[in-house]
Design a protein around this ligand. Structure first.
Ligand code: F6R
Length: 608
């Protein structure tokens, strides 16, 4: 959702803040703004649109003087994306400026109450109430005002506040929305994501819900909800600033697609020691393991589609029933869950509001929770009984690529591990799978190399208005992700269908020239998928097949094809999805779309 930064130091704040916002722009790009205090006044610059507009407006921040400030890049919830609703929001007395991520759920009643006191609101946002509450509660002690205002707020939020008090002070508050403090030398920072902190420092403090911090250039003090100072551990971020930059690629998405062989390796190899799978934080006893009679995977979007792959693989290898539940549905469904349920929660960001809520609900009903998460210290990682991190590094493009494939990699690894622990796998099969896993980075590179020509294919096919993805079993699971990638970045209507289900309705839409992307890599059902290809061809469809590179049969049937290397079947979805990501990327590029920042989307969905 929105991105927040804060800075206090001895150099000019605005350029630092704007650079931080650029690194957080994937969180929202409806508007951008900064508020900087110079000891006498808080100066605000804010504008609709990208951070670039803000940097053009302020000459990269040079026009705004002051050593302490906050910044914001917005994904609009309350109020249209325009200059007025852009953050920061200022109190009427000009003493406080506020930036906010999340939703103040009781803002309407607070607004009414403040209006009755004679306060005039200028924006339509929920955030503005915070600025005015601060002004109402201020009696010379800004910390007290912050605590009193926070006590009135309901909802999920992280807040950054600059206060014109002495040389200027910063406050950072966290309630169910990420906020991280960065500790520098003679300067300190906060941000919604470490991506904005790593250019300055790798020493960070992860705030927990209900905590808030006061920052000056030389001090960082963290308080609990009652205002008592608390000692927080300082963590080290384990990746470099280059990881969050484009590194010569035109878009983050392309860079992140190309990183996948390395990310697979980084995620999987540390978990294989002497050819045995070991997880650092998932160590159930045999008894605990045998007591699991059901697995529920919950997530949103692509993370849910990774879960769909996981379902096929875990059921196949472990013979435990698995269901994949959309977090936004599960949380409100009064689900049947008990201590024998293992809940696998998948999230790249670890901050997705619906996923967190579903997790809390299931935990309360006794489920044991295992999180597969990319962001260290994120809410989901903290809430889970066990965590397996995907070591994909920072993912900046809004559309996930390496986040998804590393999630699938962990699920594959987990399935093999569980099947072995449950005594369901022969040593020969186990060792064949370990060898296949070790071979995967090379295979993924081959999946990229085999499809260097996909750009031309994308150019030819980019004008279709709707595209149908069909497949069976694991192929069907990959179809879901392939279709989502295409629709979210190219704005072409694309949907995944179980190939056998097509004739129960959707085939009515297939016409002369309809484009059907048929995934035919799952060999046990190859002939069935071929029959479905025949069916759509008989109705005039144009077929783009995704096939194993040594498959000769399909080449005769399909109009176009994407080839992928042969791998162990359970690993094949990872190889298959890479050319589909590339296809979506080049189609979107042909159509002139803003690939890293698709319209209406933001990366980390921290509101319901
Ligand atoms: C699609 C995409 C989203 C996310 C979803 C969950 O490309 O990125 O569908 O997968 O919003 O996000 P996380 O994994 O952060 O919980």
């Amino acid at each position: 959702m929105c991105g927040i930064v804060g800075f206090s130091g001895t150099r000019q704040a605005a350029p630092v803040l704007i650079d931080g916002l650029r690194r957080l722009e994937y969180r929202g790009y409806d508007s951008a703004g900064v508020a900087v205090a110079d000891g006498e006044e808080i100066h605000i610059a804010k504008v609709k649109g990208y951070v670039k507009n803000l940097s053009d407006l302020t000459h990269d921040g040079a026009d705004i003087r002051g050593l302490v400030g906050v910044g914001h890049t917005r994904w609009a919830t309350h109020g249209a994306p325009n200059d007025i609703n852009a953050h920061p929001h200022l109190s009427s007395d000009g003493r406080f400026a506020v930036v906010h991520n999340g939703i103040i759920e009781n803002y309407a009643s607070l607004r009414q109450e403040l209006t009755k006191k004679g306060i005039r609101f200028v924006s339509d946002t929920d955030t503005e109430v915070v600025a005015h509450l601060l002004e109402v509660y201020y009696d010379g002690d800004p910390k007290k005002a912050v605590m009193r205002a926070a006590a009135r707020l309901e909802g999920s939020y992280s807040l950054g506040i600059v206060c014109l008090d002495g040389s200027g002070r910063l406050f950072a508050l966290r309630e169910q929305s990420p906020l991280i403090l960065g500790l520098g030398v003679g300067e300190n920072y906060f941000a919604s994501d470490v991506a904005a902190l790593v250019p300055h420092t790798k020493n960070v403090i992860y705030l927990d819900d209900g905590e808030f911090a006061e920052l000056t250039a030389d001090t960082v003090t963290v308080y609990d909800v009652r205002g008592k100072t608390i000692d927080k551990p300082v963590s080290r971020v384990n990746w470099d600033v280059e990881a969050a930059e484009k590194g010569g690629y035109e878009h983050f998405m392309l860079k992140e697609i190309m990183e996948q062989p390395a990310c697979f390796k980084a995620t999987v190899e540390p978990r294989i020691k002497n050819d045995r799978i070991e997880f650092e934080n998932f160590d159930l006893t045999d008894e605990e393991l045998k007591s699991i009679d059901r697995i529920i995977i919950t997530a949103c979007g692509s993370a849910g589609y990774a879960g769909q792959v996981g379902r096929y693989v875990i059921e196949e290898l472990c013979r435990i029933p698995v269901s994949v539940e959309l977090a936004s549905e599960l949380r409100y469904r009064n689900p049947i869950i008990n201590e024998r349920t293992l809940l696998i929660v998948i999230s790249q960001s670890g901050e997705t509001a619906d996923t967190i809520a579903a997790m809390r609900e299931c935990k309360a009903r006794g489920a044991r929770t295992l999180a597969i998460v990319n962001v260290v210290g994120s809410t989901i990682a903290k809430l889970a009984d066990h965590v397996i991190y995907t070591w994909a590094g920072p993912e900046i493009a809004v559309a996930t690529t390496k986040g998804y494939t590393t999630q699938v990699a962990v699920l594959d690894l987990l399935a093999v591990y569980l099947a072995d622990r449950l005594g369901l796998m022969t040593p020969e099969r186990y060792s064949a799978l370990i060898t296949a896993i070790h071979d995967m980075p090379g295979k993924l590179q081959r999946a990229i190399d085999l499809n260097r020509g996909i750009k031309k294919l994308a150019k030819r096919l980019c004008n279709h208005n709707d595209i149908y993805f069909i497949g069976r079993n694991l192929d069907y699971a990959v179809c879901m992700e392939g279709a989502l990638k295409l629709k979210e970045i190219s704005y072409i209507f694309a949907e995944a269908y179980a190939a056998g289900e097509l004739k129960h309705g959707t085939i009515a839409l297939i016409d002369q020239g309809s484009l059907v992307v048929a995934l035919a890599c799952h060999e046990p059902l190859f002939d069935k998928t071929m029959s479905n290809i025949e069916e759509v061809k008989a109705r005039g469809a144009q077929v783009l097949a995704v096939a194993l590179e040594d498959d000769r049969q399909i080449l005769k049937k399909a109009d176009d094809f994407i080839l992928v290397p042969r791998t162990e079947p359970i690993l094949n979805p990872i190889a298959q999805v890479i050319p589909l990501q590339l296809f979506a990327y080049y189609v979107a590029k042909e159509r002139g779309c803003d690939i890293d920042k698709p319209k209406n989307l933001a990366k980390s969905v921290t509101v319901e």
